[in-house]
Design a protein around this ligand. Structure first.
Ligand code: PMP
Length: 388
């Protein structure tokens, strides 16, 4: 029996991160590879209490099929939360999704035809390349510097269905688009008629100063915005949201219905209960403090151990350092040697739609303890030394 597979499966590749994560499940490996939130920081007690209250007060509603748009109270909470960052959002524009990853998939379904151009940053989030890739776009890579995409570079993306942008502490580079650059990008994009998909799972994880207002606050009708509860609460809930201009909502909703009918109602009710206790007001600062200490530990370790030929910048938020190795150094070839020593990272080449840089790598500082970070970076430096 031969199963004839769809043409689009040719664009589906195993995520190199998932492949590496398999290796790093081996006991004793210090993984600076995956971007897993620190599990010890999950608000387990608050979740336990909230789930008990949901099962006591609204058990049948929570276990029943629910609306595709999402739980009304949660949509209202999201709209009110986004108002704090300067976005003017009506709850009717909020679609609750099964993780923001599903938001990427739904936007891909609604906006990309085979062969249509999609503009991305360099580097960009691997999961978005995977999500959009199955719809067979032509990638257009927008020139970027240490602050993200260059407004004058957007001309290359003329006619693209959208620009996928990560303004806050980008995965993988950690970079932040500053306020003036945001203005410049929105001015250039609106002049070109180029819509923007703004992905913001890390905005609350700032360590020095809060990020500037989102692109969606500057240009509401031109930006579809993705948010997530994965980094501020827990990724296992699979809870995210998509805020879109009203004209996109009907088709996004139909795509959502077709994909999974709705995001689990039990999870939505549990999270709404937790949010209504005001937990985030103390929980988010506690996560920031924990991650800031780990970021500083990694910066210290990189300063102490990596040779001067490696370049990196201190991320002001998020989860990642992006390290530029000396030219000619191939991070993918380095990885098995690093794993043999007992540490893992993600080679940077996974994060490019085209023109991959072989000499960069991504290090996560949130999952490992400061002691493990010091040890892991030392092993990386030894691997580099051995290879050079
Ligand atoms: N966007 C970016 C940039 C991410 O890093 C992630 C998580 N790795 C996601 C989206 C997806 O997050 P989730 O589906 O858990 O909300």
């Amino acid at each position: 029996m031969t199963w004839q597979m769809a043409r689009r499966t040719a664009r589906m590749n195993p995520s190199s991160i998932r492949e590496i994560l398999k290796v790093t499940e081996r006991p004793g490996i210090i993984s600076l590879a995956g971007g897993l939130p620190a599990a010890e920081a999950f608000p387990v007690e608050a979740m336990r209490d909230a789930s008990a209250r949901v099962l006591r007060d609204t058990p049948r509603e929570a276990l029943q099929y629910a609306a595709s748009e999402g739980l009304p109270g949660l949509r209202e909470w999201v709209a009110a939360h986004l108002a704090e960052s300067g976005m003017r959002v009506d709850a009717s524009q909020v679609l609750i999704t099964s993780g923001s990853q599903q938001g990427l998939d739904l936007l891909g379904k609604v906006l990309i035809d085979a062969g249509s151009a999609v503009a991305v940053e360099s580097p960009t989030y691997l999961g978005a390349l995977q999500a959009f890739g199955v719809f067979e776009p032509e990638w257009v890579t927008v020139p970027c510097d240490s602050e993200g995409p260059l407004p004058e570079g957007l001309a290359r993306a003329r006619g693209a269905r959208f620009l996928y942008a990560l303004p806050n502490f980008q995965n993988p580079s950690g970079r932040l688009i500053g306020a003036a650059r945001r203005q410049g990008l929105v001015a250039a994009a609106s002049q070109l008629g180029l819509p923007i998909v703004e992905d913001n799972p890390y905005g609350d994880l700032w360590y020095d100063a809060p990020p500037p207002p989102p692109l969606a606050a500057l240009w509401p009708e031109g930006v579809a915005y993705l948010g997530s509860f994965s980094k501020v609460l827990a990724p296992g809930l699979r809870l995210g949201y998509l805020v879109a201009p009203p004209e996109l909502m009907p088709k996004l909703l139909q795509a959502k219905q077709a994909a999974d009918l709705h995001t689990p109602g039990f999870n939505q009710r549990m999270v709404l209960e937790v949010l209504r206790t005001g937990l985030l007001a103390e929980h988010v600062p506690a996560i920031r403090a924990r991650y800031r200490a780990r970021r500083d530990a990694m910066a210290q370790a990189l300063r102490s151990h990596l040779p001067d030929t490696c370049r990196w910048e201190l991320p002001q938020g998020g989860m990642f350092f992006w390290v530029q190795l000396p030219a000619g150094c191939d991070a993918s070839a380095l990885l098995p040697k690093a794993v043999a020593r007992g540490m893992a990272f993600v080679p940077g080449s996974a994060f490019f739609a085209e023109g991959a840089s072989e000499s960069s790598l991504r290090l996560s500082f949130v999952t490992a303890t400061p002691e493990q970070i010091e040890l892991g970076v030392r092993m990386l430096a030894e691997t580099l030394k051995e290879a050079s």
